[in-house]
Design a protein around this ligand. Structure first.
Ligand code: MLT
Length: 280
């Protein structure tokens, strides 16, 4: 684990593993109430690549976002890239990690060669979702974090998978309960306040990948498919049996889709670089 100090004095933790090759490094961003360990299940399938897993502010070993808001998460990712002197990367975000990746794409488009959204989308919260998040903040602020977290995780999986994997749910709930109350609350507020990213996707000059679950109750497939029509270059995977947590529910298929997309973007990048050289 390494840490990078941000301009505001806070620090962001990350794990930088794998091989440095001429392929672009990959940055993975976890979802809400999780930390970078959420990627452990797919890491064995991605061992040919340099992978940077960030603990988003307020989760894992990273300090709280300051000032709070989705841009604080994007800026923390930018600080990690800058600290590692990486000009460009492939960014993959799961759910809230995808909201962060979209905020990053809008703020720092030149630093992105490709974007993967896993069970994520570019839309703002609905009034119903905002209401639910506010209820969550009330629970957290009245000391009921464990109950809040215990209610959160079962609904993230396809029902059959959740029934067959009680131990995994127990582990994720225990990890979620260890996340700081301030971090969870700040993330809920940041999601309430976030903008939509329809234009970010429409204007994306890089390929965008969508990995969707047919049984995802948080990002229903029709919402993901509508979003996939926005960018000029999109790669879409819909796994019918999967809920919101493809990295656990279908780790091989999820890793294979990610790796194939990254290879495609790397090939495209090299072809572009050769074209530039020929013109010069
Ligand atoms: C997540 O997994 O990050 C959350 O489900 C995102 C959300 O609540 O919108």
């Amino acid at each position: 684990m390494k840490k990078i100090n941000l301009a505001n004095g806070q620090s962001t933790a990350f794990y930088d593993t794998g091989k440095t090759t001429n392929a672009l490094p990959v940055v993975l961003l976890h979802g809400f109430c999780e930390d970078s360990s959420v990627w452990d299940a797919i890491m064995p399938f991605l061992n040919e690549l340099r992978i940077i897993r960030v603990d988003l502010p307020g989760f894992g070993k990273s300090a709280l976002p300051h000032p709070p808001g989705m841009d604080a998460y994007a800026d923390a990712v930018y600080a990690v890239l800058d600290g590692l002197e990486l000009e460009q990367c492939l960014l993959a975000g799961h759910s809230m990690g995808g909201y962060t990746a979209l905020a990053f794409a809008r703020r720092y488009p030149g630093r992105l060669a490709g974007l993967s959204l896993l069970h994520s989308h570019p839309y703002r919260d609905t009034p119903e979702k905002i209401e639910n998040r506010r209820r969550g903040i009330d629970m957290l602020q009245s000391g009921r974090k464990n109950l809040y977290v215990a209610q959160l995780f079962p609904g993230l999986f396809a029902p059959d998978f959740a029934r067959l994997h009680p131990e995994l749910l127990k582990t994720l709930i225990a990890q979620g309960c260890r996340q700081p109350t301030g971090g969870i609350t700040a993330a809920l507020q940041a999601m309430i306040d976030r903008d939509d990213h329809l234009d970010t996707l429409r204007q994306a000059g890089f390929p965008v990948q969508f990995i969707l679950g047919g049984q995802d109750a948080i990002v229903p497939p029709e919402q993901g498919l509508a979003a996939a029509a926005l960018p000029a270059m999109a790669d879409v995977h819909l796994f019918p049996e999967v809920g919101h947590m493809g990295m656990f529910e279908a780790p091989r298929k999820t890793a294979a889709a990610l790796a194939a997309f990254w290879q495609l973007v790397n090939t495209r990048n090299r072809a572009d670089a050769n074209k530039t050289q020929t013109i010069i």
